[in-house]
Design a protein around this ligand. Structure first.
Ligand code: DQA
Length: 157
C-alpha cells in the first residue's frame, strides 16, 4: 500500500450489468452502471482513494482482470452477477489475486430463486453487501477501505 497515493480499489462487474437501468427495472431499478460509478467515484474522492472499473460479459476477461490486479490494487469490489453461482474460475482467480474483496449484489439473492442462493465466492471474501441496490457499491467501497486501513495499522504495530 502506498499511503501517499491512497488505496487503489478495483470494481469488477459481471454479465448483464452493462444494461443496468434497462434490464428488468422492477428487479434492478432504473439506475445505470454509470450512475453507480459516479457515486462511487465521488465517495472515493472524499476518502482519498483511487478507483478503477471493469465490466465484462465474458468469464475469462474477469479472470484476466483479477490476475492482473495482483500487486496493482489493494482490494476488489466484485459483483460477479450470474457467475456468482457458477464460476469456479472467478473464485480461483480471486484467490490467486490474494486481494481482500467485498462481494456486492444489487438484489438479495437469498430472497430469490434457489439457484441464486449459492455463491462460489462468499467464503473467500471479507464480506457481502446485498439487496440495497447501487448504494451497495458505495457501502462496499467504505467497508473495504476501513478493512484495509485496519489491516494496515495492524501491520505497522
Ligand atoms: C446479481 C444477482 C445475480 O443472481 C444475477 O444473476 C445478476 C445480478 C445482483 O446484483 O443482484 O446478474 O448479481
Amino acid at each position: 500500500m502506498n499511503r501517499k497515493r491512497g488505496l487503489r480499489i478495483l470494481f469488477l462487474d459481471g454479465p448483464n450489468l452493462n444494461v443496468l437501468g434497462d434490464r428488468e427495472p422492477s428487479m434492478y431499478g432504473r439506475e445505470t452502471l454509470a450512475d453507480i460509478r459516479g457515486a462511487v467515484t465521488a465517495a472515493a474522492r472524499s476518502e482519498g482513494a483511487t478507483v478503477a472499473f471493469f465490466q465484462s460479459n465474458h468469464e475469462g476477461e474477469i479472470v484476466e482482470r483479477l490476475q492482473s490486479a495482483k500487486r496493482r490494487f489493494d482490494g476488489v469490489v466484485i459483483n460477479p452477477a450470474a457467475y456468482t453461482h457458477t464460476s469456479v474460475a472467478i473464485r480461483d482467480a480471486l484467490l490467486y489475486s490474494g486481494l481482500p474483496a467485498i462481494e456486492v449484489h444489487l438484489t438479495n439473492p437469498a430472497r430469490r430463486e434457489e439457484f441464486r442462493k449459492v455463491s462460489l465466492v462468499e467464503d473467500v471474501v471479507v464480506g457481502r453487501i446485498c439487496g440495497v441496490g447501487g448504494y451497495g457499491y458505495t457501502l462496499a467501497l467504505l467497508a473495504l477501505l476501513r478493512h484495509l486501513r485496519r489491516e494496515g495499522a495492524r501491520g505497522q504495530a
